[in-house]
Design a protein around this ligand. Structure first.
Ligand code: V47
Length: 394
């Protein structure tokens, strides 16, 4: 049976001023709670204090207050499919379990354009709202491989938005073709690109990048790609890979650099804190564990509070786990991502979540968390019930 049609969410509103609950008046972050209740922007030092507070109750409360003021109970989800077309990559980032240096290595794959199209062909006409395409930075494929894939997907799925290629891949396309980032993006857009995902951001601090991903594009280049996309009207997401060697100050610096970008362009749609998975990659060397559940919730909450100019915070269930993602919906997150189906980046790094969920199960997960599921398209427009197409089973 199809579940009842979700209500259309209220339009976003800024946080409504209310007073701080009595129980938090003696909190070490009471002044920061008051600041956000008054709509005041938090500073770098405030961000660090939020990460170090022992009053996680107050932190969760203010983040949730802000989430509910913007989105009420609404929790967005979408029908999507990931296309991880290849894991062959020029760069060997130390946190990555997905990477293989050549297609002859054990566990490597490389799809032809036709194989990528075949992978999602069964979902034609099923109301898919987004393809999320990410691969390695492939050393040999020509630029036409990527534009052909976009064109092929658009021809077969004209109703599905394409979110493709991290800033790192796009920066590489510039090197590959000798073109500017702007020109690469124009070609990708003309071939069917609608959005750029948030990956490749890791942690922006040079110190961290040097230790975990020194070969690939640096933070300035990541920002150059996102800014150029925004200038062309292509929205993007942003991530932060937390829970490895970064300091709390480096986390706050990362988030505030995103806030500065958003002040400048307004093109970021959502922020996704990514919880480091330690299996099968050399960064952990068997010594680093996964970040704690509390750290995961703090990252969601602090993202919500510092990024006062970004509308959506995503609790990516694939990477957080279903139960943590449910909790995150009361710690600042308003989006849980999608039905997905075949995900490799986190599962090769030890994620224990399923690789996909049916739409019905995703709605149930959201309802179990006391929230109202609202299907969205790639751009966060609620999908009108009449547009909901035939059922998709993951
Ligand atoms: O940039 C790689 C991360 C990212 C590991 O835009 C790891 O909607 C944890 O960007 N443990 C790619 N994380 C995925 C990505 C993404 C995911 C979900 C939604 C969106 C969006 C974007 O995955 C990489 C890197 O930061 N990653 N290895 C690992 N072992």
């Amino acid at each position: 049976m199809t579940p009842p049609v979700p209500p259309v969410p209220r339009p976003p509103t800024p946080p409504t001023p209310t007073s701080i609950p009595a129980v938090f008046r003696d909190s070490d972050i009471a002044d920061l709670v008051e600041k956000r209740l008054g709509g005041e922007r938090l500073t770098f030092d405030d961000g660090v204090r939020l990460f170090t507070t022992s009053d996680v109750g107050a932190l969760g409360w203010i983040a949730n207050h802000e989430r509910e003021a913007r989105h009420g109970d609404t929790t967005y989800y979408l029908k999507n499919r990931h296309i991880n077309y290849s894991n062959v990559c020029k760069y060997d980032c130390f946190f990555c379990s997905f990477y293989r240096s050549s297609k002859d290595e054990d566990g490597a794959w490389e799809w032809s354009v036709e194989e990528a199209l075949e992978h999602v062909r069964p979902y034609r006409g099923t109301g898919l709202k987004e393809f999320h395409i990410v691969g390695g930075v492939h050393p040999d494929l020509p630029f036409s491989y990527y534009t052909d894939m976009l064109r092929g997907l658009k021809a077969e799925h004209p109703e599905t938005a394409i979110k493709a290629f991290t800033a790192i891949e796009i920066a590489y396309f510039g090197e590959l073709t000798g073109q500017s980032i702007h020109d690469v993006l124009v070609e990708l857009r003309d071939a069917g690109l609608d959005m750029v995902p948030g990956g490749g951001a890791e942690v922006f601090a040079d110190r961290v990048r040097y230790k975990v991903c020194r070969a690939k594009a640096d933070a300035d280049r990541w920002f150059e790609v996102h800014e150029a996309a925004h200038a062309l009207g292509i929205p993007t997401n942003a991530t932060m890979l937390y829970g490895h060697i970064e300091t709390l100050e480096e986390r706050v610096d990362h988030i505030l650099r995103l806030r500065d970008l958003q002040d400048k362009t307004g093109g970021l749609m959502s922020y996704i804190p990514l919880r480091y998975h330690p299996d099968n990659n050399i960064l952990s060397r068997g010594k680093l564990g996964a970040p704690s559940g509390l750290d995961a919730l703090k990252n969601v909450a602090i993202g919500r509070l510092l990024l006062d100019n970004v509308q959506h915070i995503k609790a990516y269930w694939i990477m957080l786990g279903i139960k943590m993602a449910q909790l995150a919906l009361s710690w600042g997150a308003d989006d849980i991502d999608g039905t997905v189906t075949w995900e490799r980046i986190y599962h090769m790094a030890g994620a224990k979540t399923p690789e996909g969920m049916t739409e019905e199960r995703l709605q149930e997960v959201i309802r179990e968390a006391g929230r109202t599921p609202v299907e969205r398209d790639a751009f966060y427009n609620p999908v009108a019930p009449a547009q909901t197409a035939e059922k998709v089973t993951a």
